[in-house]
Write a protein that binds this ligand. Sequence first.
Ligand code: NCD
Length: 294
Amino acid sequence: MQTLVSLDDLADGDIETILEDASAYHADPRGHRGRFPDRIVCSAFFEPSTRTRLSFEAAAQRLGAQVIGFSDAAATSTSKGERLEDTVRVVSALSDAVVLRHPEEGAARRAAAVVDVPVVNAGDGVGEHPTQTLVDLFTLRQALGGLEGRRVAIVGDLLYGRTVHSLVPALRRFGIDVVQVPGGHLELPAASGHVPKVGLEEAAADSDALYVTRVQRERFRDPKEWEAVRGQVRVDRALLERTGSEAVVLHPLPRVDELADDVDALPAAKYFDQVRNGLPVRMAVLANLLEARG
Ligand code: NCD
């Protein structure tokens, strides 16, 4: 694996390898510091992040690599007008892999085209978020056993939410039945192919997993449009009980008001497992990329 911009960059076998390696790191996250002691990973975050950035940085350190980077683009030469391509050329000259988050769709692809170190897309605007999908697949397997023949309902902002843009094609590749419960008009883009729409009650009753996402406030040009759609779908304990739901509940986080706190105590709640799984999965991704580079 040379770079990870889209989940389409990975063959099924690559995904299997990462998930298997991640299981080994999950069982024993310590004890790998001798792995890449001479490598430097650059964490270049042009957009806010908590989980993704910290889990990449922790993963690099657990593999013995050093980390450089920034989490506030305003503190970089971007604020002087430097273009993404040039900033990435600079950081790639100083490191062995670049983990990039950027507000523009396609940014990671542009970055990968101008540098010869591996680039990991840690979220490009409304585009994709492939490592979140690897975390989601790992967590779904952990929670459900196998994936074959399962049904996953994706809920919330499916238009602007980049996590589902990577997740939906991946679920289909693994033979999972996918349905969507968009918040208002926030349906999956046409590029995702036909994904049947169902109501929230039906999704809760009939799915093996509910994958809930927040309305992506920062992607709306008009705040009134955001006000109109926020809160249109909400998963809470009453919904799960009323529908006799046996679904596990995932969410990439952060949550706002689409997922109630009263779900947290239920065995169905798997979103904090997703956070924990970010570390071993990102260890597997980084190890794979650094190894391929030699
Ligand atoms: C997501 C993201 O940044 O796309 N967060 C994450 O990485 N876990 C989801 C979101 O911001 O809603």
